[in-house]
Design a protein around this ligand. Structure first.
Ligand code: NAD
Length: 512
């Protein structure tokens, strides 16, 4: 069995004392509920955490508020330099943190390291961004007037994160928010709090060395109640929330009721269209990795394949054969392609989806099922499944966070694109084709309606340089690259009159 103890110790996780954390100071929530964190890898308890309550939340939000006036005064490139140092610290801890991500969440070791690498990359990106918080300069219609816009920090940014990317998504938000001059209050998923505690310690090490006030980074371990406190709190001008559409609707309503801002990264229902002009070898790799990688627990997981009728049978046969070669087991052992689901609740949801799909007439060409026996003691390991379905089946319209892949056939590309779009979600999409006309149609205004549309790449995985997010029930938010930083700042339009008179706009006269 895997010995996590030395890693826990090197990452300085003292979970029982870390119900919430302001800078590096742990607050132990007296009398709070204690939750055991069980690894889906082997069913062993990793540690216990205390769940913060209202008083703990209050302390953290007030600490964040107190830190804001200090942090916003520091020049942005100086804040960028501190974020650069966080990237260095993450390089130092990459091995340990990557292993803990893998053990706590259940994704493969390579993906655990990949997640930490993504955090390092966003630190580099944010460093450059810290010198590029650009506003525009406009020509005024009035003589001797100067008009321009500036971006100022917002204040406390609340970050609610999901279990499946327990640390990367936080870093996309926090690193940009910090260079923008905001302070961060993070509520990680209650399923994966240990990696969050580790990150808080890593950040604190850097902040302390740079005399950054406690409160620029605050962490509150808790379940949805803590997220609800944040969503309803007018002291938190921006709530960035990643998770299910159900959660996003609740957060959006609460934040909107107080006219705050929300940035939502919610569920996907991602499809790959495979046309007769596709390179089927590439399509196969893209489809299998997209569907079974992270055991189907990525927001960008490939959930639907929309395949042209002329290649359908051939591609289906190859897919079924490829599924037969997928090795399922301990994600820390690199011989396995696919690890466990996050917990037994997720297994129940997976089994339930299979039943519902069958009840609606879905035809399973690769049967799923739960794995038992040696190596599968946690009860969280399942087999990836493939079903032939119709796009309008209720279960197909729904995101099941598990490795169930749906096959749908099409005749005309217009029909394929219409089906790809005909789901409530709008995160990621792809077309496999070597035909320029098909590819361009897919990317056009009449093509995919998703936030991400790829050609000859699967739906899954994204680079930090682009803006990440999706449309419709995916929530509309954009994070990470491009100009996503603007979400963390407020825009101010400024007009300065350096003339000796006061002309009014639109030529309006007001003579005294
Ligand atoms: P979840 O919605 O159960 O929980 C996500 C977070 O929201 C947790 O921290 C949880 O405590 C909190 N939360 C739940 N209900 C809340 C409420 N009413 N108010 C405030 N906070 C609340 O999601 P999960 O199971 O952890 O993650 C899987 C989901 O996340 C999938 O739907 C997946 O597609 C989505 N996801 C989306 C992206 C993206 O960028 N679009 C990235 C990762 C995951």
């Amino acid at each position: 069995s895997f010995d996590i103890a030395p890693i826990i110790s090197r990452l300085r996780i003292n979970a029982v004392n870390d119900a919430f954390s302001i800078g590096g100071h742990s607050g132990s929530a007296a009398g709070a509920r204690v939750k055991d964190i069980i690894s889906p890898v082997d069913g062993q308890k990793i540690a216990s955490v205390r769940m913060a309550g209202v008083a703990d939340y209050e302390q953290a939000v007030e600490a964040a508020r107190a830190a804001f006036p200090v942090w916003r005064t520091m020049p942005a490139p100086k804040r960028g330099e501190i974020v650069r140092q966080i990237g260095e610290a993450l390089r130092k801890y990459k091995h340990d943190l990557g292993r803990l991500v893998s053990y706590e969440m259940g994704k493969s070791l390579q993906e655990g390291y990949g997640e930490v690498q993504e955090m390092i990359d966003i630190c580099d990106f944010a460093l450059g961004q810290s010198r590029q918080l650009y506003g525009l300069h406009m020509h005024s219609e009035r003589p001797q007037h100067r008009m321009f816009e500036q971006y100022h920090p917002l204040g406390v940014v609340g970050i609610i994160s999901a279990f499946n990317f327990p640390v990367a998504v936080w870093s996309w938000n926090a690193m940009l928010a910090w260079v923008c001059g905001d302070v961060c209050l993070w509520k990680p998923s209650e399923k994966t709090p240990l990696t969050a505690i580790a990150c808080q310690h890593i950040v604190h090490e850097v902040f302390a060395a740079n005399n950054v006030p406690d409160g620029v980074s605050c962490l509150v371990i808790g379940d949805r109640e803590v997220g609800e406190l944040m969503a309803n709190d007018p002291r938190v001008p921006l709530v960035s929330a990643t998770g299910s559409t159900r959660m996003g609707k609740a957060v959006a309503a609460a934040v909107a009721a107080r006219l705050g801002r929300s940035l939502l990264e919610l569920g996907g229902n991602n499809a790959i269209i495979i046309t007769p002009d596709a390179d089927l070898d590439m399509a196969l790799i893209g489809a299998v990795f997209g569907a079974v990688g992270t055991a189907g627990q990525r927001c960008t997981t490939t959930r639907r394949l929309i395949i042209h009728e002329s290649i359908y049978q051939n591609f289906k046969d190859r897919l079924v054969k490829a599924y037969g070669q997928v090795r399922i087991g301990n994600p820390l052992d690199e011989q396995f392609h696919m690890g466990p689901l996050i917990d037994q609740d997720a297994v129940r949801i997976y089994l339930d989806a299979i039943d519902k799909c069958k009840a609606e007439g879905g035809n399973f060409v690769v049967a799923g099922g739960v794995l038992t026996g040696k190596g599968y003691e946690s009860g969280c390991y399942v087999k990836p499944a493939i079903a032939e379905v119709r796009n309008n089946m209720t279960i197909v319209q729904h995101e099941t966070f598990a490795p169930i892949l749906y096959l749908i056939r099409y005749k005309e590309l217009d029909e394929a694109i219409a089906m790809q779009n005909d789901v409530p979600q709008g995160l990621s999409s792809a077309i496999m084709t070597n035909n320029l006309r098909e590819a361009e149609q897919f990317l056009s205004y009449a093509g995919s309606d998703c936030g991400i549309a790829n050609v000859n790449i699967g739906t899954s995985g994204a680079e930090i340089g682009g803006a990440f997010g999706g449309e419709k029930e995916t929530g509309g938010g954009r994070e990470s690259g491009s100009d996503a930083w603007k979400a963390y700042m407020r825009r101010q339009t400024n007009t300065v009159n350096y003339s000796t008179s006061l002309p009014l706009a639109q030529g309006i006269r007001f003579d005294l």
